[in-house]
Design a protein around this ligand. Sequence first.
Ligand code: TYC
Length: 104
Amino acid sequence: MATKRDYDDGTVLTRQEQKLKPPSMYQVFLLNDDYTPMEFVVAIIQEYFSKDRETAMQIMLKVHRDGKGMCGVYSKDVASTKVELVLSHARKAGHPLQCVMEEV
Ligand code: TYC
């Protein structure tokens, strides 16, 4: 941003307020259903959300109990890619697993 010191022609330039906000982040959730095998969900959480087996098991059990569980928080592009990859993997395997993202 230029200031009066940079252009000393009598023009006063006032500093603009910073308007850039940090990009939104998105939580990625798995949703419960009655058909997807527990072991498949654990493997999905390990593969796509980089969790160890124990953490993946805890997340899967939370989804199973509460209907929904958070797997991670990512930028918009990364979150939507993870949702697409999980849904594609689940459909190819013939499971109705649902995966959604929500702005934080
Ligand atoms: N409820 C499923 C079952 O009993 C297991 C399950 C867990 C399914 C988590 C989906 O996101 C899910 N086989």
